[in-house]
Design a protein around this ligand. Structure first.
Ligand SMILES: [Zn+2]
Length: 253
């Protein structure tokens, strides 16, 4: 390339990439749908044009025709990745569920059927109540478990992953009360996310998986307004939003 062209290219690239600017990406994830609140999430994702992953529960799809319609709508949106969050959600009896790897895999495969997640494997998945990663370039156990819980669990996560799943945990949670009401304000949540990035406390460099639950976004909690404010607030701070399949790269630690 002629020197003058090379110089022009250099200055053009320099203009496009301000010195010190680092793209930080947020991966929005919503668990336990379809539930009340799921429709509001889909409305906001469409209006704001942001990608997100919805880890859905097979049993919740079968709870009524409206739930099946929500799954169908989610799957029709290119911005939305529908992932597997088990069939039974362990019936919220985690100790019993995680005592048997084959039961876990059977439950996950059953959910694939209900959710229509057939191909191509591996299917993006999140195990109920477990912040575990088993991806191509990263593997991480749940550091939130007590020693007692960890010793009791006999789950072979490699076997679960090898059965056709990429398992995604999370970096941080927008927590909620038992009623589903979000705990942190949007402003507080954004501050917390900023802090995690600036302290270098995200699992992957310059990327963060945010865990939320569909039930938090019901009308009664002003779900649409809060989620819209979160997306707008993060955008204003310069964050990008990513598709979950792009989380796992060779640069992951
Ligand atoms: Zn869940």
């Amino acid at each position: 390339m002629p020197v003058i062209l090379r110089a022009a290219l250099f200055f053009w690239l320099a203009a496009c990439t301000p010195v010190g600017a680092v793209e930080r990406t947020i991966f929005l994830t919503f668990d336990d749908g379809p539930l009340n609140g799921t429709g509001n999430i889909l409305d906001v994702l469409e209006t704001q044009q942001v990608p997100a992953t919805m880890f859905m529960v097979g049993q919740h799809v079968l709870a009524g025709p409206d739930r099946g319609a929500l799954l169908k709508r989610a799957k029709s949106l290119p911005l939305v990745t529908v992932g597997n969050h088990s069939f039974s959600h362990a019936n919220n009896r985690y100790q019993r569920f995680y005592a048997d790897t084959e039961e876990v895999v059977a439950d996950m495969l059953k959910a694939n059927g209900v959710l229509g997640l057939k191909s191509p494997p591996p299917i993006p998945a999140r195990l109920p109540g477990r912040d575990v990663f088993r991806l191509q370039y990263m593997s991480r156990d749940d550091f939130g478990l007590s020693l007692e819980e960890a010793q009791r669990e006999q789950v072979d996560f490699e076997f679960v992953a090898a059965s056709g799943f990429h398992l995604y945990g999370w970096d941080f949670e927008w927590v909620h009360e038992d009623s589903g009401k979000p705990v942190q304000s949007v402003e507080r949540l954004i501050d917390e996310i900023e802090h995690l990035f600036s302290a270098g406390r995200t699992i992957g460099k310059n990327k963060l998986i945010l865990l939320m639950h569909d039930e938090m976004f019901q009308d009664v909690f002003q779900g649409k307004d809060k989620l819209t404010a979160l997306v707008a607030g993060l955008r204003a701070k310069g964050y990008a939003f990513g598709h979950i399949v792009d989380y796992d790269t060779e640069t992951s630690p």
